[in-house]
Design a protein around this ligand. Structure first.
Ligand SMILES: [Zn+2]
Ligand SMILES: [Zn+2]
Length: 146
């Protein structure tokens, strides 16, 4: 997936492509593991488009989400996070460093079945945030731990 393909996808659906649109997509594609806040993307956009504001970036992100290019995730209580769309997944969030790691949705298959059978509850796939401590933080606390 490259920038031009995604921009073409937007244009073909009648969407508007601005310099900010391009900058946001470039940044997101260069860092597919990152979960950007609008303000993180603004830092990058400002290098080239000094008049851009956080609301410019938000409007651009909203359009990109509408066009299926970016995904928005609410992770914890902070600002929404954005990344290039790559299908449903769950999020593992480190309570020490705030790091966010993607995890496959089948991680929760057993839990989903249990919830359905015992509570009649249907879990929404790709919407869960699981808190804990990431590998890096665990090693920092206890370098001899596993
Ligand atoms: Zn951590
Ligand atoms: Zn994610």
């Amino acid at each position: 997936m490259d920038v031009e393909t995604l921009l073409e996808q937007i244009r073909s659906r009648g969407g508007r492509v601005t310099p900010v649109t391009r900058l946001v997509i470039e940044r997101a594609l260069d860092n597919p593991e990152e979960h950007f806040r609008a303000v993180d993307l603004l830092q990058h956009v400002l290098d080239t488009e000094p008049t851009a504001t956080e609301s410019t970036v938000y409007r651009t992100l909203d359009r990109l989400v509408e066009h299926g290019v970016m995904e928005r995730s609410q992770i914890g209580e902070g600002a929404p996070r954005f990344h290039v769309g790559h299908g449903p997944h769950e999020h593992l969030v480190c309570e020490e460093c705030g790091g966010i790691t993607d995890a496959p949705t089948n991680l929760l298959d057993g839990i989903a079945h249990h919830l359905h059978d015992s509570h009649g509850f249907v879990l929404r796939i790709g919407m869960s945030t699981l808190g804990g401590t990431c590998r890096d933080c665990r090693y920092a606390d206890d370098p001899t731990g596993d």
